[in-house]
Write a protein that binds this ligand. Structure first.
Ligand SMILES: C[S@@+](CC[C@H](N)C(=O)[O-])C[C@H]1O[C@@H](n2cnc3c(N)ncnc32)[C@H](O)[C@@H]1O
Length: 332
């Protein structure tokens, strides 16, 4: 770690080291557009280990072979001229929101039911509403094809990470992630990024991996809108997957906890791109600066407690070191 730090700070300003700079983690995170206001830092006060040299930081997912975004002519956004209108179900971006319990508000002839995922006023502006936080509902945001403009309050994930993150060496679970500022319940932290690959490619990578379950830690299926009956054939078949093992952002280093402080939500911009939805991490409680950020890798859906009763299965299982009171004992 110290070697890599020295090399970066003393030599990477010099010309002629382009190839070396490409592989340098500090140069990669310095190239992020938000580096000045919301930097990512890497520290290790535990041991001498550096990040895996094969790993590369990116600030956007990379589309793999055979993965296509929807073509421009099929993209459609809302026509809300006043961004305030994007809080109501009259905004076409929110038309698919399934929110039958409502804060119904009559407005002339049009029903203006507030279905918006975020608080839109006061100190909680931009934070997920508790009703969404305690659900598994997807988040529908306005996006680049919308008329509402970049300041629309329904563009929280689209605007990107607004929190400085630090990757640090934990005592017993390799690298972990924390924030250098306090985070409030409902605040967006960052997306889980990586290479977006086809299901076939994901299975090929699983088969190649020595321990398939280990590979599964880095693979996230984009299956929130999967539906065998869908008119969209991209939603009918096996979903695309995001592989963050060798190319991702800081959230790739977030560890598991059985009592997590964040949760992943599916976030969609253009409805034609549901097959490519984002994986957005939000705080589900207030998190003081410096506290490790975690999420539940299996989001509560887990067979490990049952498997652990079987001595044969148990010997191949990975012990969970989250240290929480309700720890389930095993990661998988
Ligand atoms: C997505 S990575 C997280 C970053 C990882 N700590 C690292 O150093 O690269 C997942 C791996 O972290 C470790 N890990 C994460 N949460 C853990 C936990 N609660 N207990 C034990 N190991 C954990 C396991 O080795 C797991 O395969």
């Amino acid at each position: 770690m110290e070697e890599a730090t020295k090399q970066h700070f003393f030599h990477h300003g010099e010309p002629g080291l382009e190839a070396e700079k490409q592989k340098c983690h500090f140069c990669q995170i310095r190239s992020f557009a938000t580096r000045a206001r919301f930097p990512v830092t890497i520290v290790n006060t535990e041991d001498d280990v550096a990040l895996d040299p094969h790993y590369r930081f990116v600030d956007n997912s990379i589309l793999g072979k055979g993965v296509e975004p929807t073509k421009g002519e099929f993209l459609t956004g809302c026509e809300c001229v006043d961004a305030e209108d994007c809080e109501y179900n009259t905004c076409t971006c929110l038309q698919d929101v399934d929110d039958t319990s409502s804060d119904d508000e009559g407005y002339g002839e049009k029903p203006r039911r507030k279905v918006y995922a975020y608080h839109s006023h006061g100190t909680k502006t931009g934070h997920l509403r508790s009703k969404i936080l305690s659900s598994r509902n997807p988040i529908y945001e306005c996006h680049e094809s919308c008329a509402c403009g970049p300041d629309c309050p329904n563009r929280v994930v689209e605007r990107g990470r607004r929190i400085p993150l630090q990757i640090f060496r934990t005592e017993n679970r390799g690298w972990g992630v924390r924030s250098t500022v306090d985070i409030k319940k409902g605040q967006f932290v960052d997306r889980y990024m990586g290479e977006i690959i086809t299901a076939q490619e994901a299975n090929r990578r699983r088969a190649k991996s020595h321990i398939a379950q280990r590979k599964d830690v880095y693979l996230f299926a984009l299956d929130k809108f999967s539906d065998p009956e869908s008119f969209d054939n991209r939603l009918r078949g096996p979903p695309l997957e995001v592989d963050g093992e060798f190319m991702s952002g800081p959230t790739r280093f977030v560890n598991h906890s059985c009592e997590p402080n964040m949760r992943i939500f599916a976030r969609v911009g253009d409805h034609a791109d549901k097959h490519l939805h984002d994986l957005a991490l939000f705080a589900i409680m207030d998190i003081p600066r410096g506290e490790e950020l975690t999420f539940d890798y299996v989001d509560g859906i887990d067979d490990s407690e049952n498997d652990a009763l079987d001595p044969e299965k148990r010997k191949d299982m990975t012990r969970c070191l989250c240290g929480s009171k309700s720890c389930r004992g095993f990661l998988w």
